[in-house]
Design a protein around this ligand. Structure first.
Ligand SMILES: NC(=O)c1ccc[n+]([C@@H]2O[C@H](COP(=O)([O-])OP(=O)(O)OC[C@H]3O[C@@H](n4cnc5c(N)ncnc54)[C@H](O)[C@@H]3O)[C@@H](O)[C@H]2O)c1
Length: 265
């Protein structure tokens, strides 16, 4: 069901920068009353001040942090209509990433969504209406060369969003899963040579992600693909996984060649 944004109460996690800030701005411009969360309290406060929203800083990588955010947001908004579970991290590389890095990735890239939905669903199912937005990634539909921690936890995020939609759509829950490739934020800046080699050329502005969500809110579609070409990659992966994997491996080999050349310089 399409959403009437005007006057709706919205929460955006990780709203102090990057994609979250663009989502908060877009929702506020559309008339939503927006609660801006971020681990960085001054960033949350700055965005809230800019858009006439309410800052609720805190860490959504913990159960208590999610609970406190939703309590603060309800205190300010009354009921929450739209919850954008956007905060995420790109940390770690392969299986040798430290246990702590794997765990941190799970907590923020998956469990933040699980915990938020646990808090929100009872009231939403009771009134037959709620909108849950997960910022996953194209890595959650495909893979992110160079980072198993990111790819695996983003697949989990997408799977969880899918499960929510499949389970609760008939009870009034709308779920959107945002799956961009490269977006020009500090996360992309920090993604290292492999990340930049794969993502930089087609990187888009955070505002384009927000516009794509805006269009998706209007028509109710689940997958929000700010890079439309991701649809084709996703279909190709499903239709011929072996060919798709061979292509990804060729890309990995090219990245290693570039890294080797750079290391030799
Ligand atoms: N930038 C990209 O290329 C890209 C592509 C696909 C998906 N994404 C996803 O988009 C989302 C936003 O990423 P971004 O690129 O805007 O990153 P960013 O690093 O620019 O911004 C993320 C914001 O989230 C906040 N944050 C981090 N951990 C938090 C926590 N535990 N609690 C509360 N706030 C927290 C940070 O302080 C920061 O302000 C992430 O889930 C990311 O995985 C990004």
């Amino acid at each position: 069901m399409p959403w009437v944004i005007d006057g709706s109460g919205a929460v955006v996690t990780g709203g102090g920068a990057g994609i979250g800030r663009a989502l908060a701005r877009r929702l506020a411009a559309g008339g939503a009353r927006v609660v801006v969360n971020d681990l960085n309290s001054s960033a949350a406060a700055a965005v809230a001040a800019e858009i006439g929203g309410y800052a609720a800083p805190g860490d959504v990588a913990t159960e208590q942090g999610v609970h406190d955010l939703i309590a603060a947001a309800r205190g300010h908004l009354g009921e929450i209509d739209i919850y954008c579970s956007n905060a995420g991290i790109a940390a770690g590389q392969g299986p040798d990433a430290p246990e702590e890095t794997w765990q941190r990735s799970w907590e923020i890239n998956l469990m933040a969504h699980v915990r938020a939905s646990r808090e929100l669903l009872p009231a939403w199912l009771d009134r037959g209406r709620g909108c849950f937005v997960v910022t996953a990634s194209a890595a959650g539909l495909l893979t992110m060369l160079g980072s198993a921690t990111y790819s695996v936890t983003k697949h989990a995020a997408e799977a969880y969003a899918e499960w929510l939609a499949a389970t609760y759509a008939h009870r009034g829950l709308t779920v959107h899963c945002i799956c961009p490739q490269g977006v020009k934020t500090s996360m992309l800046e920090a993604s290292g040579e492999a990340g930049k080699a794969v993502l930089a050329a087609a990187a888009i502005e955070p505002e384009q992600v927000a516009d794509a969500l805006w269009a998706g809110l209007a028509d109710g579609r689940f997958l929000i693909l700010p890079h439309p070409e991701v649809q084709g990659y996703y279909e190709f992966r499903a239709s011929d996984p072996d060919k798709w994997l061979r292509g990804m491996n060729r890309m990995q080999q090219r990245i290693e060649e570039v890294e080797g050349l750079e290391a030799a310089q």
